[in-house]
Structure formats: structure tokens, C-alpha cells
Design a protein around this ligand. Structure first.
Ligand SMILES: *[C@@H]1O[C@H](CO)[C@@H](O)[C@H](O)[C@H]1NC(C)=O
Ligand SMILES: *[C@@H]1O[C@H](CO)[C@@H](O)[C@H](O)[C@H]1NC(C)=O
Ligand SMILES: *[C@@H]1O[C@H](CO)[C@@H](O)[C@H](O)[C@H]1NC(C)=O
Ligand SMILES: *[C@@H]1O[C@H](CO)[C@@H](O)[C@H](O)[C@H]1NC(C)=O
Ligand SMILES: *[C@@H]1O[C@H](CO)[C@@H](O)[C@H](O)[C@H]1NC(C)=O
Ligand SMILES: *[C@@H]1O[C@H](CO)[C@@H](O)[C@H](O)[C@H]1NC(C)=O
Ligand SMILES: *[C@@H]1O[C@H](CO)[C@@H](O)[C@H](O)[C@H]1NC(C)=O
Ligand SMILES: *[C@@H]1O[C@H](CO)[C@@H](O)[C@H](O)[C@H]1NC(C)=O
Ligand SMILES: *[C@@H]1O[C@H](CO)[C@@H](O)[C@H](O)[C@H]1NC(C)=O
Ligand SMILES: *[C@@H]1O[C@H](CO)[C@@H](O)[C@H](O)[C@H]1NC(C)=O
Ligand SMILES: [Fe+2]
Length: 493
């Protein structure tokens, strides 16, 4: 304990004198990388970052005045896993003012100016705002989604196209946070990318290094956003595996499966180490399922990959359709019991909107395979969504954009977007990654209202007030809004 106090007071002195957080002990191994934020209740924020070295006491300097980062929060959480080349540091800052701008610097930051974050709007605040949602988003740039692809791959960017990360910075500048429910980075595509001649070939054993390199690059590039606004994530199937769920090298007639995966690259290991979502505040489980309030909205992130409950073999669990070997993470029905309790406890006077995101879709114009359409997810989650009047359900997994009508048990709500009682469903897995887009299965489902499978893009949600919510599909290439729809709920504010 004495050591902590010494370190903190030494750092305080340094910050008071130099107005920065660099000390003599800072070197390559302690300089922050992959900076990212997450809400931790309306008066808290988690600051996370990676370093090459283990930090015994990760610390963050922060304050309301950029010239006086007069407060310090620290922790002892600096975690890693086999094959990782970095440590994941997590510091939770508590007792902040809600809806307030703070300046901060992690210890040994090499940035000459402090970073900023804004705390959550308190539940009940009815000020309009927007958020960004991107699903199935991989590495952008030379080793990811770019203007070229390997042999047999498709949908490269056009020469003047912005990628989704660039569009999120440009058109998403005014959004409060970025929600990314699953399929993050696509580092597990390394093997397919090598087989397609896109990345230099390695041995399977050295593939672990390629995997971690792609993962590190993704989180580094994302920090242009995640260091400035909360990055709220959920699990997708690509967090569960290292081999793209099975990859075939036709030239050599070899099909690889999870048996090639190095320890640490299966079972959501990187995902569990990398983030600290607000499950402690919401009674959820790690980064798998949790909820949070922000202004007039209650947000719920669900796990469609494991722990479905009701005795189902979840998609990524041993024996599930993805061929993974992951989960479960809790006792049977833990997620469902939590979801019921969470939805039952929402105060709709404070947070009239209830929005749910889970990685996998079930109402979608895709081929009816259990690895694509999660009928089991529908069977476990839909009854609760109906019972508790969820307004909007977001998913991805299929790499296209499809906006549906509100729907309950396959029945289209006759009121459509004009005060429906059924939840509205939107699938948008079009954020983009190396392997391009998926094709819609035509004819489209009768509940489809707009769909495109040739454009990379993300979703912008705008909460105008308690009765009006607008969803926009933003084409990343040029920032054009290709689809706009507004949901009306007949509620008194
Ligand atoms: C920093 O350390 C990492 C890991 O040890 C190493 O790969 C990298 O080259 C180093 N960078 C510099 C600038 O020394
Ligand atoms: C970290 O701190 C917590 C709470 O202060 C304590 O319970 C835990 O044992 C510590 N862990 C390590 C590895 O020091
Ligand atoms: C800070 O360090 C990171 C990681 O080594 C490096 O990528 C970045 O360019 C550095 N930034 C500055 C401003 O020196
Ligand atoms: C493309 O992205 C860059 C970087 O975010 C931005 O400056 C530029 O305005 C964007 N272009 C369009 C057409 O949106
Ligand atoms: C890597 O191996 C694959 C097949 O295993 C082959 O198609 C590809 O051309 C190789 N790439 C290079 C750069 O040798
Ligand atoms: C490919 O391998 C499988 C089993 O590993 C074998 O049954 C099959 O005959 C092989 N095909 C060719 C074209 O060599
Ligand atoms: C995945 O990790 C969880 C938590 O450590 C563990 O309970 C579970 O058995 C693991 N699943 C597999 C298939 O190894
Ligand atoms: C999809 O397949 C499942 C199981 O095979 C079946 O129960 C379900 O009715 C099918 N759904 C559609 C829309 O065809
Ligand atoms: C809510 O916002 C919508 C869209 O901006 C607007 O048309 C409507 O009048 C607002 N309703 C109230 C009660 O303010
Ligand atoms: C913007 O890009 C989208 C998607 O590629 C395309 O459909 C649209 O025509 C473009 N709009 C303009 C104004 O270039
Ligand atoms: Fe997926």
C-alpha cells in the first residue's frame, strides 16, 4: 500500500510541475497505445490502454482544466494472455460530474495535449443527441480493408472512397459514443489473407504473431475515436476464434480448424482482456451482457454467441454451428434471468427509449442456416423484448444493411413506424473489413423495408425527444445518407 501512495504523490508532483504526466521512468514499454474509453455509470469512466510492459499501478491524470490535471485515479489492473504482445491496463474513474467535459492523460502519455472525454448524460435528461453504431468492423488501411484485395476476395474500396473509420470521424463527429456489438478487428482473417496472397505467408505457428499484429493495428487506429468518446462493445463470433471459423487452402487441400489456434486466441480471450464494459454497474457479465443509461435511452448489449440459455447450444459453444470451442461463461439461463430483471427495472419515465443490440440477427434476408440466422436467439430473447416493449433491436453478422418493419413472432406490426407495439429491427453489418460484403438473399423477406448489399456504412441514431427516433444509414465512401426512417412512439414526454 505504501508503494502506491509514494507513486501517486510522485506523479502528482510531476504533474503539478510539468503539467504533463511523463516522468523519468517512462520509456517505450510504458507509453500508452490503443487508448479507449467506456462509460461506467453516469458519474464514471473507464480509461483503458495497452503498453508493451506490465504496469504495476496504471494511473490516469484528469481534471476540468486542461492545464491542471489535478486528480489521479489508479488501479492494479494490467493484464495479458499467452501470445499477446501487450498488457491491457484499465483504470476506472469514479465520482465525476455527469454530462461534463474532462481532460485526461494516462501515465507516460506521449501526447503533448490532454485527451478529452464527456461523461454520460444522466438518465432523465431529455436533450436530443445522436450515437454511432458500427457492426462487423475490421482493420482498415493497407493490411485490412483497402483499395486492393487478395485472390478470390471482393469489394475493395474505390480509389476515392472513405472507409468507415474515416466516415465515423467525419460524419460521426457529433455523436456521443460508438457502439460496436461484435466482430471487432477480424484479426482471425490472417490465415485467409495469407492464403489469398494478400499478406506474406508465415508458418501456422508464426500466425499468432500476425494475428496479434492485426489486432494491435486495429485498436491503434480506432483510438482516433475511442480515446475521445466511449467505445461500447459486445461479443461477436470473430472474438471467439483465431482461424476465421475454419479456412480452406485449396491449393494444398488443407482445411484448418480451431486445432491450429494458439493458447490465448480462442474463447474470447483477447476481448475479455481488452475491455471493461459497465457490467458491475448493471449486474451484467464482463463485456458479454450489460446495460447503461444515457439521457433518455436505456441501452442493452446482449451476447448472441454463448449462454443463450433454455438448453440451447449457443452458436460459438462446443458443438454450435460456428465450429468454435468457446464459452459458456455463466450458469444456465444467467443471461436471460439478467435480461428480464434489467428490462423490468427500466424507468420509462426517465429512459422512454429501450434499445437492444446483439451481434446476430434473426429477422433478415439471408440464407436460413443456423450459423447465419440465429433462430435460437429469437426464441430466447424475443418474448422478453415483446413483454417489455423494446423499441429497437440492432444486429449485424450479415455484412449488408437491411431495415425491417417492426415485427413480432414473424408478424409485421400493421402500424409500421407509426406507434407500433412490436420492436423495430435493423441489421447493419456493413461497416467493412478485408473480406468485403455479403449478399442479400432475394426475394427479400416480406418485412424488409430497405436493403443494400453493395455499400459500406454505419448507423446513426438520433433521439429527438421521447416520441421520435431517427435511424440513418451513412455510406462511408462519401458520407451520403442512403436511408432515413423515423420511429414514432405515442408517448408524453
Ligand atoms: C518498443 O518495444 C516493442 C516491444 O518490445 C518493440 O517491438 C518496438 O520495436 C519498440 N519500439 C521502439 C521505438 O523501441
Ligand atoms: C488489486 O486490488 C484489489 C482491490 O484493491 C485487490 O482485491 C486485489 O487483490 C489486487 N490484485 C492484485 C493482483 O494485486
Ligand atoms: C506515441 O507513441 C505511440 C506508440 O509508440 C506512437 O505510435 C505514436 O506515434 C507516439 N505519438 C507521439 C505524438 O509521439
Ligand atoms: C473522408 O474522411 C476524412 C477523414 O475523416 C474527412 O476529413 C473527409 O471530410 C471525408 N470525406 C467525405 C466526403 O466525407
Ligand atoms: C501463400 O500460400 C498460398 C497457398 O498456400 C499461395 O496461394 C500464395 O500465393 C502464397 N503467397 C505467397 C506470397 O507466397
Ligand atoms: C483432399 O484431402 C482429403 C482428406 O484430407 C482427401 O480425401 C481428398 O482426396 C483430397 N483431395 C485431393 C484432390 O487431393
Ligand atoms: C471458456 O472460458 C470460460 C471462462 O474461463 C470457461 O468457463 C469455459 O469452460 C471456456 N470454454 C472452453 C470451451 O474452453
Ligand atoms: C429456418 O430453418 C429453421 C430450422 O430448420 C426452421 O425452423 C424455420 O422455420 C426456418 N425459417 C424460415 C424463415 O424459413
Ligand atoms: C419530437 O421531435 C420531432 C422530430 O424533431 C418533432 O417533429 C416533434 O414535434 C417533437 N415532439 C415534441 C413533443 O416535442
Ligand atoms: C455516395 O456513395 C454511395 C455509395 O457508394 C453512392 O450510392 C452514391 O451515389 C454516392 N453519392 C454521391 C453524391 O456521390
Ligand atoms: Fe459475425
Amino acid at each position: 500500500m505504501g508503494r502506491v501512495v509514494t507513486l501517486v504523490s510522485a506523479a502528482l508532483t510531476a504533474s503539478a510541475l510539468l503539467a504533463n504526466v511523463v516522468s523519468a521512468s517512462c520509456e517505450n514499454g510504458t507509453i500508452p497505445m490503443q487508448l479507449r474509453l467506456a462509460y461506467a455509470g453516469s458519474t464514471g469512466m473507464v480509461v483503458s490502454w495497452n503498453t508493451y510492459s506490465h504496469l504495476p499501478h496504471p494511473a490516469v491524470h484528469y481534471g476540468r482544466d486542461p492545464k491542471h490535471l489535478n486528480r489521479i485515479a489508479s488501479s492494479n489492473v494490467s493484464v495479458t494472455y499467452p501470445t499477446s504482445t501487450t498488457y491491457n491496463n484499465h483504470v476506472s474513474i469514479a465520482d465525476l460530474e455527469p454530462d461534463t467535459l474532462y481532460y485526461y492523460q494516462p501515465y507516460c502519455s506521449n501526447s503533448s495535449v490532454p485527451y478529452t472525454f464527456k461523461t454520460s448524460r444522466p438518465a432523465g435528461d431529455k436533450t436530443p443527441y445522436s450515437i454511432a453504431v458500427a457492426i462487423d468492423m475490421g482493420l482498415m488501411g493497407p493490411q485490412g480493408l483497402t483499395t486492393r484485395v487478395g485472390a478470390g476476395a471482393a469489394n475493395p474500396l474505390g480509389p476515392h472512397d472513405n472507409n468507415t473509420l474515416q466516415s465515423l470521424q467525419a460524419q460521426g463527429a457529433g455523436t456521443d459514443f460508438l457502439w460496436h456489438p461484435g466482430d471487432i478487428a477480424y484479426a482471425d482473417y490472417w490465415l485467409k489473407e495469407e492464403i489469398q496472397g494478400f499478406l506474406p505467408n508465415t508458418t501456422i505457428k508464426d500466425g499468432a504473431k500476425v494475428y496479434e499484429s492485426l489486432l494491435n493495428q486495429y485498436y491503434d487506429e480506432l483510438s482516433v475515436i475511442s480515446a475521445r468518446k466511449p467505445y461500447m462493445v459486445g461479443p461477436g463470433n470473430h472474438e471467439a476464434n483465431c482461424d476465421n471459423g475454419g479456412t480452406t487452402d485449396k491449393a494444398h487441400n488443407i482445411t484448418y480448424d480451431v486445432s491450429i489456434c494458439m493458447p490465448g486466441q480462442t474463447n474470447f480471450t483477447g476481448f475479455r482482456n481488452h475491455f471493461r464494459m459497465p457490467s458491475a454497474q448493471s449486474g451484467g457479465l464482463e463485456n458479454f451482457w450489460y446495460s447503461f443509461d444515457h439521457g433518455m435511452v436505456h441501452y442493452v448489449t446482449l451476447d448472441t454467441e454463448t449462454d443463450l440459455g433454455h438448453g440451447f447450444i449457443s452458436p460459438d459453444e462446443p458443438g454450435g454451428p460456428e465450429g468454435e470451442d468457446s464459452g459458456p461463461f455463466a450458469v444456465r439461463n444467467a443471461q436471460l434471468n439478467w435480461l428480464k430483471k434489467d428490462l423490468a427495472s427500466v424507468d420509462r419515465k426517465k429512459t422512454p427509449w429501450v434499445i437492444v443490440a446483439g451481434h446476430r440477427p434473426w429477422y433478415v434476408s439471408a440464407s436460413n442456416e443456423s450459423s447465419t440466422i440465429c433462430e435460437d436467439c429469437r426464441e430466447v430473447f424475443e418474448p422478453l423484448f415483446l413483454e417489455y416493449n423494446v423499441d429497437l433491436v440492432l444486429s449485424g453478422h450479415t455484412h449488408f444493411y437491411e431495415r425491417n418493419a417492426p415485427i413480432a413472432n414473424f408478424n409485421i406490426d400493421p402500424k409500421e413506424l407509426n406507434d407500433p407495439s412490436a420492436p423495430w429491427y435493423i441489421t447493419n453489418g456493413a461497416a467493412g473489413h478485408y473480406d468485403g460484403l455479403d449478399s442479400l438473399v432475394r426475394p427479400l423477406q416480406n418485412y424488409d423495408r430497405y436493403a443494400t448489399d453493395s455499400v459500406y456504412g454505419w448507423s446513426k441514431l438520433t433521439f429527438h425527444n421521447c416520441s421520435h427516433l431517427t435511424h440513418e444509414f451513412v455510406a462511408s465512401a462519401n458520407g451520403t445518407i442512403l436511408d432515413t426512417a423515423t420511429l414514432f412512439k405515442d408517448r408524453k414526454c
